[in-house]
Write a protein that binds this ligand. Structure first.
Ligand code: SAM
Ligand code: SF4
Length: 328
């Protein structure tokens, strides 16, 4: 699948639920309304859609949410997709808050998952509960160590929040080094209505990187995971640190991915409204050919890039959609 700007689309992120057991302050409002069940694709429908993408050349699938591990029977989908590894699909990964991971780590590994991303913005128990509103850090740490014990490579995703966790980046980098995890820092993006002021949370990673350079020996690395992060190696730990900077510089030129929501809506860009309703096609009893045609028609509309801007006067998000819809 090649888009109008010559980018090959090989990476699909699939949000399997909009629900979550946390309410991270930058991601959700405290009183979120979730979608009615009838609108959500069944696991069979999700697998069929993923199969159509794989047939069209997607080699990497990431399962996300909401919190993917709160979806009932999600392992059935993961196992079904895992069975396609080697037959076109090259990598199956997951992004999770790890609250349920202790129960699932072994099964994920058995299904063919080799790498996972875990969101962890702080190592401080009180800050963790403040950021997630409802979460307990012990459960997430148990999940992370269960994943490590099961042989999964773990990358920690840390959203950099001004005045909240910016002083913890050194400690997080050292902790990741100690346990053999890569770390990826993410800038907050203006997605979805949340309580509070986004401009107050926003922290440019260029600043963090400059600060890190004072303490750590960082060397730019050619390492890529197929995502938008740019990596440095950290001489002191031997691990990598990645930076995802959607706000400070444009990461769209090499964009190889599209996002499917749990309702079967395909977003061609995280930062644009245009979307294709694949559920309608799917539920019309479409043949595999018709489904693939609908996907190709959507890819042909993939925009050149996002236009995230924080509206500083009105403090409104650039897009009304929450990150938990498209899974980041
Ligand atoms: N619940 C899982 C988790 O937290 O890892 C998966 C879904 S979550 C929406 C995916 C990623 O998006 C997380 O790493 C989270 O920190 C990030 N995220 C959520 N809202 C964001 C925002 N407004 N700006 C930047 N990153 C955001
Ligand atoms: Fe849930 Fe992940 Fe959003 Fe936090 S970032 S509220 S864990 S979906």
């Amino acid at each position: 699948m090649r888009d109008p700007f010559g980018r090959d689309i090989t990476y699909l992120r699939v949000s399997v639920t909009d629900r979550c057991d946390f309410r991270c302050v930058y991601c959700m409002a405290e009183d979120m309304t979730f979608l009615p069940k009838a609108e959500i694709l069944s696991l069979e429908e999700l697998e069929r859609l993923c199969g159509a993408f794989i047939a069209l050349g997607v080699t990497k699938l990431r399962i996300t949410g909401g919190e993917p591990l709160v979806r009932r029977d999600v392992m059935r989908l993961i196992e079904g997709l895992g069975a396609r590894l080697g037959g076109g699909l090259e990598e199956l990964t997951l992004t999770t808050n790890a609250s349920q991971l202790a129960r699932f780590a072994e099964g994920l590994r058995a299904a063919g998952v080799r790498r996972i991303n875990v969101s962890l913005d702080t190592l401080d128990a009180a800050t963790f509960t403040a950021i997630t509103r409802w979460g307990r850090i012990e459960r997430t740490l148990d999940g992370i160590f269960a994943a490590k014990a099961a042989g999964l490579a773990v990358k920690i995703n840390m959203v950099a929040l001004k005045g909240v966790n910016e002083h913890e980046v050194d400690a997080m980098l050292a902790w990741c080094g100690e346990h053999g995890f890569d770390l990826c820092l993410i800038e907050t993006m203006p997605l979805g209505e949340i309580e509070g002021d986004r401009t107050a949370q926003y922290l440019p990673l260029s600043l963090i990187r400059a600060r890190l350079h004072e303490r750590w020996t960082l060397t730019p690395s050619a390492y890529r995971t197929g995502g938008p992060a740019r990596y440095d190696t950290v001489a002191e730990t031997g691990r990598r640190i990645g930076f995802i900077t959607p706000m400070t510089h444009n990461f769209c030129e090499s964009c190889n991915r599209v996002r499917l929501t749990c309702t079967g809506t395909l977003f061609m860009c995280l930062g644009q409204e245009d979307a294709a309703d694949l559920r309608a096609t799917l539920r019309r009893d479409a043949s595999d050919d018709a489904l693939q045609e609908a996907i190709l028609a959507a890819i042909a509309r993939k925009p050149k890039g996002h236009d995230f801007i924080i509206d500083r006067d009105h403090r409104r998000p650039a897009l009304a959609r929450h990150m938990s819809v498209t899974g980041g």
